[in-house]
Design a protein around this ligand. Sequence first.
Ligand code: GDP
Ligand code: MG
Length: 332
Amino acid sequence: MGAARGRGRRKAPRPAAGRAIDPAGILAKGEGASPPPGHRSGFVAIVGRPNVGKSTLLNRLLGQKLAIVTPKPGTTRRKLLGVCTRPGGQAVFFDTPGLERPDSRLGRFLLEEVKAAWAGADVVLFMTEGRDEGADLRALSLLEASRAPVFLLINKVDRLRRKEALLPLIGRYARAGGFEKVFPISALRGKGVEELLQALLARLPEGPRYFPEGVLTDASEGSLAAEFVREQVYRQLHREIPYAAAVRVVEMRRDPETDFLRIEAEIYVERKSQRGIVVGQGGARIKALGQAARREIERRLGEPVFLGLEVRVKPNWRQREAALRELGYAAE
Ligand code: GDP
Ligand code: MG
């Protein structure tokens, strides 16, 4: 978990030559002020339709689980920064929510998150699972034309029964145009990911290390803990419930007597009936959610924690600006 503050995001338009000096706002701390000669660095946005494997790729690049991943579309709701540091360069990735036409205020926020990551990127990775290039191109058209080079990632190639199936796929996307390079990968298995990273680092401009080595993200421990709870809501509950749920960590403190880290989180749903489902028969569901989320949080933090969960109703929160803001779905 990172100590660095500030979001690594720049506002468009970028200067045509040269670059923003300190997008992450941390150079004052003395890090990266004089990069080794030839050091390359920059921002890389991972975008694409829901469920294609963007968050899986971020985790694979970092070698550990930072982003939550579930089999359901629409899991990621905020852009998430992940830093990949190698001797010769540093790529600062943004995982983003799935690219689709918004159908709620929450959806509009999600699209804004993608746009922010997109606008600040030195290289864009557009990911597809190669199923429907028409839908991919429609999704892409929700964004402005990119000034940055766009690499096409065809993910989940481990699912292809025959390797030959890849060639016509690549051909179809290549004809759609606009992609500087194409990488067939399996984010899940790691196939092609190191090659992708090397090509990316070579394509980034010369620049400093924005984050000290060892810093993985600027996301707070509390926000990651909230995400791990939400991941279990997506995994263990179904139909409309995951989409109607939001999670907020309200307290994180160390018990002075036991030295135990205590995390109190609230799960919000939109209706009373949904609250009952999240709690479950005799509290069985909330207990199972809490146990699974606690294990993930403990793995992340490297120590045992106490996780307290409460379920609350916030009617219609996905459509209300003030509620979205309270739940952290607002631009900073
Ligand atoms: P996102 O919505 O684009 O962030 O997608 P996720 O990373 O959450 O992944 C969605 C689903 O696709 C999950 O069930 C992943 O395990 C699965 N997935 C991601 N990458 C791969 C891959 O390379 N191969 C296979 N078979 N499944 C993958
Ligand atoms: Mg995701």
